[in-house]
Design a protein around this ligand. Structure first.
Ligand SMILES: [Zn+2]
Length: 108
């Protein structure tokens, strides 16, 4: 299902109000490249009611659980999933795989 389908569905639920912006969370481990997502969106929305609707992408960092620190830590990089504080490999990636629609800004 594409972003536009989701946005259209939400808009329809609220009585076909115009959507002014779509807010997304995008993690580096989602496998989705931001630029590709934006250009695909622009192409898909061009001939629709969403042509003027903005796509606002929030980049989220990768966070994992560090067994040495015994807490959730940001990781060094997406190539090295280790604790940015102590260098221990994180045991569980908690955040960073998101491709999630978080909010819609609707016209009044
Ligand atoms: Zn650590």
């Amino acid at each position: 299902m594409s972003l536009l389908d989701l946005a259209e569905e939400e808009s329809a639920k609220r009585g076909n109000v115009r959507v002014e912006a779509i807010y997304l969370k995008l993690g580096p481990l989602s496998g989705v490249v931001k630029e590709a997502l934006v250009s695909a969106y622009e192409l898909a929305s061009e001939q629709t009611d969403f042509a003027t609707c903005k796509l606002v992408i929030e980049d989220v960092g990768v966070v994992g659980y560090c067994p040495a620190c015994e807490m959730d830590r940001a990781v060094e990089s997406i190539q090295a999933l280790v604790c940015s504080e102590c260098g221990t490999p994180v045991s569980n990636v908690l955040q960073g795989r998101e491709l999630q629609l978080t909010a819609l800004e609707l016209a009044e």
